[in-house]
Design a protein around this ligand. Structure first.
Ligand code: IMP
Ligand code: MG
Length: 175
């Protein structure tokens, strides 16, 4: 497995993140916002994003994974790390690296909605709409991409390549 074509350069990422931050700043002007990152993929994007936010920001993280029944994905998620703050009446902004099938965030939104926040919105760096299994659109989307497996800027393939400052396709080669 190796780094393939660069799909989104460092400069393009920077512009995309700035545009997302402008949209978020416009909508959350003067508000207190709980910025909730979904680990691990979000961490590089979220670090860059929050530096550009000018509302009253508090940062939290959750970690979720697909629940496997034997070796088959049930499509159900498991919370591996939860938040220890009461979000009732608060405005929550979920920060995610990529929306693929949409299963993870659809279920996470349902779980969080039971805690009665004032609002829940999603800010995703990337979206692959052609892969959706459930209807889900983020309020803020950085880049819409085609159905390719990608790495870098926090996204991994088998835990590798998260450190790349750009987004690239992964190339599967015989080793
Ligand atoms: P889904 O929307 O529930 O299918 O899952 C989205 C999650 O799958 C993301 O948060 C990523 O962790 C992972 N994922 C989906 N597509 C890619 C990709 O192209 N590269 C790396 N991770 C991906
Ligand atoms: Mg993820």
């Amino acid at each position: 497995m190796k780094i393939g074509n660069i799909m989104i350069s460092q400069e393009e990422l920077e512009k995309g993140v700035s545009r997302l931050a402008e949209e978020v700043n416009r909508d959350y002007k003067g508000k207190e916002v709980i910025v909730l990152g979904i680990l691990k993929g979000c961490f590089v994007f979220m670090a860059d994003l929050i530096k550009k936010l000018n509302s009253d920001v508090s940062v939290y993280f959750m970690e979720v994974s697909s629940y496997f029944d034997g070796t088959v994905s049930t499509g159900k998620i498991k919370i591996k790390k939860d938040i220890d703050v009461d979000i009732k009446g608060k405005d929550v902004l979920i920060v995610e690296d990529i929306i693929d099938s949409g299963n993870t965030l659809t279920q996470l939104k349902e779980i969080l909605a039971e805690r009665e926040p004032a609002s829940i919105k999603i800010c995703t760096l990337l979206s692959k709409p052609s892969r959706r299994q459930v209807e889900l659109e983020a309020e803020y989307t950085g880049f819409v991409i085609e159905d390719k497996f990608i790495i870098g800027y926090g996204l991994d393939c088998g835990e590798r390549f998260r450190q790349l400052p750009y987004i690239a396709e992964v190339e599967f080669v015989d080793e």
